[in-house]
Ligand binder design. Structure first.
Ligand code: GDP
Ligand code: MG
Length: 207
């Protein structure tokens, strides 16, 4: 089947721990957020189909910087390629990091989310196997309260069968308190959800 959206290129661009390190060239940003180990890096690799673009780790709490990936996309019916950034944020709710460190990240991430004028939407990743934790619900509410569009993504969908997956999606909806919300099941392993997410990104770039 011919795909509507094709990723034409992807490369690591920059890591930031302060504002001055954000890329100087403004481009639309698609942001990924979630607890550490939820599958953010794997999703970025599977979405771009570039195997080691983002670093996948067995150890939680590895990514402590905002990482920018420079990605190009060709959308069916459009002449020109669309360039944008995929942005990988440090995982929140990592208990082993000290309190002070967690607060520093929190401030840094919130500053980025509130002041970037290029964010198209935030994909908030939640492990499909577990009910959202308090940190997930708090983050979702914070994003929504600040007018930032959120697409919840239920990761590692290959770990549950169809019925169990559907039930868990219902659980996630209830926990977030938005019964009508679209939640996208995604498997970096199997590719489930990939073309849907590419479509959402393409639509957000065209708007
Ligand atoms: N079965 C399965 N495992 C996954 C999937 N995505 C990530 N993982 C595993 O989950 C762990 C954490 O993944 P990673 O992408 O590093 O998570 P991050 O900390 O959110 O960036 C790794 O061991 C991955 O292999 C998925 O879709 N299916
Ligand atoms: Mg990661």
């Amino acid at each position: 089947m011919k795909e509507r959206v094709i990723i034409t290129q992807g490369r690591y661009l920059a890591s930031a721990v302060k504002r001055e390190q954000y890329p100087s060239e403004k481009r639309p940003e698609i942001v990924f957020i979630g607890r550490s180990n939820v599958g953010k890096s794997s999703l970025i690799n599977s979405l771009t189909r570039i195997r080691n673009l983002a670093h996948v780790s067995g150890q939680p709490g590895k990514t402590q910087t905002i990482n920018f990936y420079d990605v190009g996309m060709k959308i069916e019916g459009e002449e020109i390629r669309r360039d944008f950034y995929l942005v990988d944020l440090p995982g929140y709710g990592y208990a082993k990091a000290g309190k002070e460190k967690r607060l520093t990240w929190k401030k840094f991430i919130e500053e980025y989310l509130l002041h970037s004028e290029s964010i198209r939407f935030v994909a908030q990743l939640i492990d499909i196997r577990h009910d959202p934790m308090k940190s997930d619900v708090d983050m979702f509410r914070w994003l929504t309260a600040n007018g930032i569009p959120v697409l919840p993504v239920a990761t590692k969908s290959d770990k549950l069968g169809r019925d169990a997956g559907r039930r868990q999606i219902g659980q996630i909806r209830r926990a977030l308190g938005v019964p009508e919300l679209d939640i996208l099941p995604y498997s970096s392993l199997k590719g489930e959800g990939r073309s849907e997410l590419l479509d959402v990104i393409a639509d957000s770039l065209i708007e």
